[in-house]
Design a protein around this ligand. Structure first.
Ligand code: HEC
Ligand code: HEC
Ligand code: HEC
Ligand code: HEC
Ligand code: HEC
Ligand code: HEC
Ligand code: HEC
Ligand code: HEC
Ligand code: HEC
Ligand code: HEC
Length: 261
């Protein structure tokens, strides 16, 4: 080989050997020309051929924000041991999602199980159905903050402890029925006994399981024609379904009783 054939014969490698292997083999001219070392041929297009494509918000990030000097006086870092998001970004979630991130699929691990490079608010990769609480029915249009309460007086989701969100209806919704539907023994009213998350219509409630069947003449009679007993519970007027008389005569008088008999 002719002496002085390589740029390196005369110029010091300022990159600390980072480009000594394939595909560069310290050929400075792969990235530089004789015009200036401060310009490199490493354009965005070429960057997309590296192990790290610049996507989303990363396209607009200045080179130096990712490529910083190693240590105090070392060369600028162009190779990273690990290309995961945490190489450059701190986990603001205090490790809350460690388990979920570890379980992510092959190309979808770490922070990417929820985030993309578009913007931190883009959570398209996160599916709420993968939590213990699926968002369906009316809950689909509820904002995150209504269920995930931030600490102190904050108004963002930043410091939310997601695992603290209650999962039972009665932990989030106020019981408007007073004590009448309290489950014996537990002291709790289980909303899901009668309600679903679609509407407050008592879809799970089956009148046929009460002591009074509505079959026949009463099938289309409006609830409030039989249930109209209100009582005061802690200053609020509550409709009580029990007791409601069951004897025909209590509601129809003796006339009907005799015809029905
Ligand atoms: C025979 C020795 C020699 C070789 C080989 C050589 N250069 Fe140079 N180069 C110099 C000298 C001497 C200077 C002027 C002194 C200086 O600025 O360092 C210079 C200057 C430069 C400059 C301007 C420096 C600046 O700061 O702007 C660039 C860019 C450069 N060379 C690039 C290259 C590249 C790329 C190669 C390989 C294709 C190369 N050189 C090969 C000796 C060499
Ligand atoms: C894979 C591409 C690549 C290769 C190969 C490469 N460089 Fe660079 N080099 C860069 C980039 C990118 C910069 C930063 C350019 C800028 O300032 O915007 C840079 C900056 C420089 C600078 C100026 C910054 C400083 O720290 O002083 C010098 C001098 C330099 N390179 C020398 C070399 C020499 C000598 C070689 C061959 C041994 C070489 N480079 C090989 C990409 C490369
Ligand atoms: C968002 C962060 C980020 C930005 C912005 C960025 N890079 Fe990179 N760059 C990386 C990562 C990560 C790698 C891959 C490192 C690896 O393979 O170990 C890389 C690789 C490189 C390499 C080495 C290529 C190779 O084949 O080994 C060079 C040179 C480089 N970048 C230059 C630049 C230049 C010049 C810019 C600005 C135009 C830039 N980078 C912008 C993160 C970034
Ligand atoms: C090599 C370093 C590096 C790696 C690896 C990296 N980033 Fe970044 N990223 C940056 C830098 C630097 C910025 C700009 C400064 C900032 O916003 O923190 C940035 C910005 C962002 C932004 C903000 C975009 C905006 O405009 O709001 C998002 C979102 C992002 N990165 C997501 C990710 C995700 C997701 C990963 C993993 C798949 C990742 N980053 C990996 C360095 C990196
Ligand atoms: C289980 C899903 C999930 C995972 C995994 C996750 N995040 Fe988040 N992250 C969120 C949610 C939800 C928000 C709040 C978004 C909003 O404010 O709209 C958020 C917000 C952020 C924000 C913006 C915080 C702010 O200032 O408002 C950053 C930065 C962030 N995450 C980084 C990370 C990093 C880094 C990782 C990986 C270590 C990660 N996240 C993993 C769900 C996740
Ligand atoms: C109707 C209430 C409700 C709404 C609305 C809601 N969540 Fe949740 N979320 C929950 C409940 C309940 C859990 C489960 C808590 C547990 O596992 O103990 C949960 C869990 C989570 C988790 C934790 C996942 C994990 O790995 O543990 C994240 C992240 C999350 N929600 C983000 C969001 C985001 C982002 C939104 C808005 C798009 C949102 N949630 C809207 C109730 C809700
Ligand atoms: C983590 C808290 C949380 C849990 C658990 C929860 N909800 Fe909700 N739900 C909300 C919030 C917040 C809203 C929206 C505000 C509101 O309408 O009260 C909502 C709205 C609703 C609505 C729509 C109300 C309307 O007027 O449109 C229904 C119906 C409902 N929830 C039923 C249920 C049922 C049934 C369960 C149990 C299976 C349940 N919710 C569990 C927080 C929760
Ligand atoms: C034993 C059955 C039962 C249980 C348990 C039950 N509900 Fe109801 N709920 C009803 C019935 C019946 C209605 C009246 C429906 C109607 O008038 O169409 C109703 C109506 C409602 C309404 C709508 C009131 C209105 O004025 O429109 C809300 C809100 C409600 N329930 C919340 C709850 C909550 C919260 C819980 C759990 C703490 C709960 N319910 C438990 C049977 C039940
Ligand atoms: C023809 C009269 C009649 C009509 C119409 C009627 N009910 Fe009833 N309902 C009763 C009687 C009688 C009882 C039994 C009361 C008791 O056990 O003391 C009862 C019991 C109930 C209970 C108490 C269940 C329990 O065991 O705690 C609920 C809740 C209830 N009805 C809801 C409704 C709703 C909702 C409607 C309308 C869809 C309705 N009822 C229509 C007569 C009626
Ligand atoms: C808790 C009150 C209540 C009880 C108990 C009750 N009913 Fe009724 N019943 C009603 C109401 C309210 C209507 C609807 C009346 C209306 O639409 O004007 C009705 C309607 C009827 C009708 C239809 C009448 C018409 O004009 O179409 C018949 C038949 C009837 N009841 C028979 C009975 C018999 C038989 C019993 C006893 C097994 C009985 N009811 C018990 C409240 C009750």
């Amino acid at each position: 080989m002719v002496k002085f054939a390589l740029c390196m014969d005369c110029h010091k490698d300022v990159h600390g050997g980072q480009f000594s292997k394939a595909p560069y083999f310290d050929h400075c001219e792969k990235c530089h020309s004789e015009t200036s070392f401060h310009k490199s041929a490493m354009t965005l297009t070429l960057h997309q051929k590296t192990n790290f494509k610049l996507t989303g918000g990363h396209v607009a990030v200045a080179c130096i924000d990712c490529h910083k000097p190693i240590g105090e006086k070392g060369p600028v870092r162009y190779h990273f041991e690990d290309l995961s998001c945490t190489q450059c970004h701190q986990d603001p979630h205090r490790g809350e999602f460690a388990e979920r991130m570890a379980k992510g699929r092959e190309h979808d691990t770490g922070c990417s199980v929820c985030h993309s490079t578009k913007a931190w608010k883009d959570l398209a990769a996160f599916n709420h159905s993968s939590t213990t609480f699926e968002l369906k029915g009316a809950h689909q249009s509820v904002t995150c903050l209504e269920c995930h309460r931030p600490p102190n007086m904050e108004r963002t989701l930043k410091n939310v402890n997601y695992k603290q969100a209650p999962t039972k209806c009665e932990e989030c919704h106020e019981n408007i029925h007073g004590p009448q539907f309290v489950r014996k023994g537990s002291g709790v009213t289980l909303c899901a006994d009668c309600h679903t998350d679609v509407k407050w219509r008592p879809a799970n409630f089956d009148h046929e399981k009460t002591i009074f069947s509505l079959k026949g003449a009463h099938e289309n009679v409006r609830c409030k024609l039989c249930h109209a007993t209100f009582q005061d519970v802690n200053g609020k007027s509550v409709l009580f379904y029990k007791p409601t008389p069951t004897a025909c005569s209590a509601c129809h008088g003796n006339m009907l009783k005799s015809t029905a008999a």
